[in-house]
Design a protein around this ligand. Structure first.
Ligand code: F0G
Length: 451
């Protein structure tokens, strides 16, 4: 395994306020002067690159680690450790996150009206969502900093991921989730991995409000995505994506938007890749939201993104049922500098797109399907051209919300909702389980009628 010869101070990271630009700030989540979020910067990169290495050497080093048996090399996050804040190897908690596949989706491409379409499936992470890439970084930092307790508010995936990484790292964890508003699969994960799991009688935004006060008063480390180490870990999905594409950027990357950290992380990674000479142009990064949880879309449309308009969020894509996203400014900066856009999609558009991704033998959870639903709109608007290259980021595994999938195929997902009228387009995708007598003839007859 080739390692950089010596560590130099060019790898040292600092915290910088995204609002007032002050640097070298103490380890907090918000700037004490202007209350804006913080991000991690690497001032030394200007002169010499990470660890004094250039893009070509880093590409070779990262690829060489793919044949290593060391846990931190087998991690699809720590394999890229030169572009992450430094954490002592002994403190790193890894469940071999990252290393997720890119799939071609030919039928979805056709349905969207473009020539080819790819999906980077972050749901293929150890706990079934993209959260693991950020969690390995932030939970490891918590352990290195000597914390015994970590906590998060969550719509289900962050909590599943945090619970797993905390337990692996010998930390205790506290989860606050909105009562009755997350999928059973995600709730069961957090219980199974050993977190103290609290269902608060409020929504995600309410859970965040409570937790922010708890961490002020108790020695508990906050692992929500305002944590800048989470964003650093999540950056590696973009490094890995570009490596998988032989460092050829796609024209478009489309991500779902909830608390808006993932889009921020993808954009930060691509900005850094351009700065370091890995790529010469930025893909357009566009963020898709559910119509019922659309604070970013509303803010862009109604005030040009000057001010966030929080909404009371309501969508069956429970992962992104968020009305007051913390990282909206970071996401907006990414959308603007990359030339991307924002769009919103309806509940039935989400359900249809999810079924189409499922029918490719890939599948994803409802929140991830907003990417395909949104792409269709962007193609119709002419924002995405039929010959352009597009990568959807699928954020969660299809098993994360089996309840949604079953209801969809049984045809009762929208029963009793105001969307019932719009469900005709979904019928061709519904595949309700069939019940037959245990008879060979009956099964053969069925096969023949289906042929
Ligand atoms: N997709 C899935 C499957 C998610 O779980 C989330 C967020 C998002 C997309 C949106 O990502 O917040 O970075 O814009 N889930 C969080 C959670 C909020 O608590 O699990 P974002």
């Amino acid at each position: 395994m080739t390692e950089p010869a010596t560590k130099t101070d060019v790898s040292v990271s600092q915290l910088k306020c995204i609002g007032c630009g002050r640097t070298a700030l103490p380890d907090r989540f918000r700037c004490e002067t202007c209350r804006d979020l913080l991000e991690i910067v690497f001032p030394g990169w200007e002169q010499a690159g990470p660890y004094g290495l250039d893009a070509a050497s880093l590409k070779k080093l990262w690829l060489s680690r793919k044949s290593s048996f060391e846990p931190i090399d087998q991690s699809g996050v720590w394999r890229f450790r030169e572009v992450l804040p430094e954490i002592a190897e002994a403190k790193i908690i890894t469940i071999r996150e990252g290393n997720t596949p890119i799939y071609e989706l030919p039928h979805c491409a056709k349905s969207a009206g473009i020539q080819s379409l790819h999906a980077k499936h972050q749901g293929m992470n150890p706990t079934g969502s993209f959260k693991d890439t950020g969690m390995t970084a932030a939970a490891s930092f918590a352990r290195a900093a000597g914390y015994q307790w970590v906590a998060c508010a969550s719509t289900g995936n962050t909590s599943a991921s945090m619970a797993a990484y905390a337990s692996r790292g010998g930390l205790r964890s506290l989860v606050l989730i909105p009562d009755g508003k997350i999928s059973w699969g995600k709730l069961s994960q957090s219980l199974d991995y050993g977190a103290i799991t609290v269902q608060l009688k409020t929504d995600f935004d309410g859970c965040v409000r409570v937790l922010n006060e708890v961490v002020e008063r108790m020695p508990v480390y906050l692992l929500n995505s305002v944590n800048p180490y989470r964003v650093e870990g999540q950056k590696t999905a973009a490094f890995e994506l570009l490596e998988q594409r032989r460092w050829e950027p796609p024209d478009h990357i489309i991500v779902p938007g909830g608390n808006l950290a993932n889009s921020s992380a993808m954009g930060k990674a691509l900005r850094e890749m351009k700065q370091l000479g890995f790529i010469s142009r930025l893909p357009k990064i566009s963020v898709m939201q559910a119509e019922g949880a659309n604070p970013l879309v509303r803010s862009v449309r109604e005030n040009g993104g000057e001010k966030l308009i929080p909404v009371h969020a309501e969508t069956m894509a429970t992962a992104i049922r968020i009305g007051n996203p913390a990282s909206w400014k970071k996401a907006l900066r990414v959308i603007r500098e990359s030339g991307g856009t924002v769009e919103q999609v309806s509940e039935t558009e989400i359900a249809l797109a999810k079924a189409e991704i499922g029918a490719e033998g890939v599948g994803c959870e409802p929140a991830s399907a907003v990417t395909l639903a949104g792409l269709k709109k962007l193609v119709k608007q002419g924002f995405v051209k039929p010959n352009e290259t597009v990568v959807l980021v699928l954020t969660g595994h299809t098993l994360k919300d089996a309840d949604f999938t079953l209801k969809f195929h049984r045809g009762d997902l929208f029963d009793g909702t105001r969307y019932q009228e719009e469900t005709r387009s979904l019928k061709p995708f519904e595949r309700s389980p069939l019940v037959l007598e245990p008879s060979v003839d009956a099964v053969i007859k069925l096969l023949q009628s289906a042929a």
